[in-house]
Design a protein around this ligand. Structure first.
Ligand code: 5GP
Length: 358
């Protein structure tokens, strides 16, 4: 386990609100409880419950959003989430989050994102590198494998999520916002939200717009067995796919021939029933087929996991050696949405660290 923590890791699938610490959620719930907005004891039980079905998760996100959606709290959770990932040696993190309009809080999608970016800038415990142009900082050595006192460094980039409950126009707003904020660390678009809600045709114009603008796209695919949508998503051929649980033989074949990198979320899939068990998770089949993969947490808070734990689970369930785990972590560098310069820095980092770790 310690070795998996020391391993430098790339996180490509982490939802901001799903990655919030339980202790922070409880503190926020207590505050709202004291104000009489919610009943703290009820909410506490929901937050601390272990094991959640997919529909329960989406009900829980409703609650999370009540607790977290004001500007200061968004800033706070962003800061904490980055610190938590950095502390376990995630060296490159793509956080995805759904920009939210909330009139009652005076919040627009833009102001929500400004609050997120403020959170990235207020991190003190670790050094956050948010822009490619920060080349001076890029040259500083990656520290902490030996536990020295220099600050850990983490590259952070943002993906804007389209929620499946949104209209075509709202989805287009998010894509345009991503374009506007591309100099502020926003580098991609995600389609997520409750997979039994909404129609592919609703989001397609926005996703096509993103494609035309050259914005990389990742899509949650096959969390439920929606054959038409899985086929449409594969035909759309985004840069990456999340989950891919419920594919049939023909769809697996197509995925493999397209070689679209898959963001694998083991704990999340097992907890929400997308995979029958760790042992029977489709990771094994894709890994053996040498399909491009990266291990991810999805919602480290919601599912009480960490990226180190996901690597540990792969080792303990499928018997991968340290060298194979290292290779898996290193390969993820090739699937980041960030540009070539940053990829080069990450490749160098893995080469340097590889000698110490394997
Ligand atoms: P946020 O975008 O508010 O920062 O993060 C929470 C949101 O991410 C949820 O409301 C949901 O839209 C999306 N999300 C988190 N986990 C999952 C997941 O496992 N599957 C899907 N489809 N969406 C998710």
């Amino acid at each position: 386990r310690e070795w998996c923590v020391a391993l430098p890791k790339v996180e490509l699938h982490a939802h901001l609100n799903g990655s919030v610490r339980d202790s922070t959620l409880l503190e926020l719930a207590k505050q709202l409880g004291d104000k009489g907005d919610i009943v703290f004891e009820d909410v506490k039980d929901v937050i601390m419950k272990n094991g959640r079905s997919l529909p329960e998760c989406f009900r829980l996100f409703e609650l999370y959003h009540i607790l977290t959606t004001d500007h200061d709290t968004v800033t706070r959770i962003t800061k904490e989430v980055v610190e938590d990932f950095a502390m376990e040696n995630v060296v490159y993190l793509e956080i995805r989050t759904t920009p939210k309009n909330n009139e009652a809080k005076g919040m627009t999608k833009r102001s929500y994102m400004n609050a997120v970016i403020k959170g990235l800038k207020t991190v003190e415990a670790v050094e956050v590198v948010l822009f490619d142009s920060n080349s001076r900082a890029d040259k500083t050595p990656m520290s902490e494998l030996g536990g020295d006192t220099r600050k850990k460094k983490i590259y952070v980039r943002l993906l804007l999520s389209i929620d499946r409950r949104e209209t075509t126009l709202a989805a287009l707003d998010t894509v345009n916002l991503a374009m506007e904020m591309k100099d502020q660390g926003v580098i991609g678009i995600d389609l997520s939200g409750n997979p039994v809600v909404g129609e592919w045709e609703t989001y397609l114009p926005a996703l096509e717009h993103a494609k035309e603008l050259g914005i990389p796209i990742t899509i949650h695919c096959g969390e439920v067995a929606n054959r038409n949508e899985i086929r449409a998503v594969l035909d759309f051929c985004p840069q990456r796919l999340g989950h891919v649980c419920c594919l049939n033989d023909e769809e697996w074949k197509k995925l493999k021939s397209l070689m679209i990198p898959v963001e694998i979320c083991l704990t999340s899939n097992v907890m929400t029933g997308g995979a029958p068990s760790l042992e029977l998770h489709h990771f094994a089949d894709l890994y053996n087929a040498k399909h491009p993969l990266s291990l991810c947490t999805d919602d480290s808070g919601l599912f009480s996991t960490s990226l180190s734990n996901e690597y540990y689970l792969v080792a303990s369930t499928f018997g991968l050696s340290k060298a194979e785990l290292f290779q898996l972590a290193q390969d993820a560098v090739e699937f980041v949405f960030a540009g070539d310069e940053l990829k080069r820095s990450l490749r160098e980092l893995f080469e340097r660290v590889g000698k110490e770790l394997t």
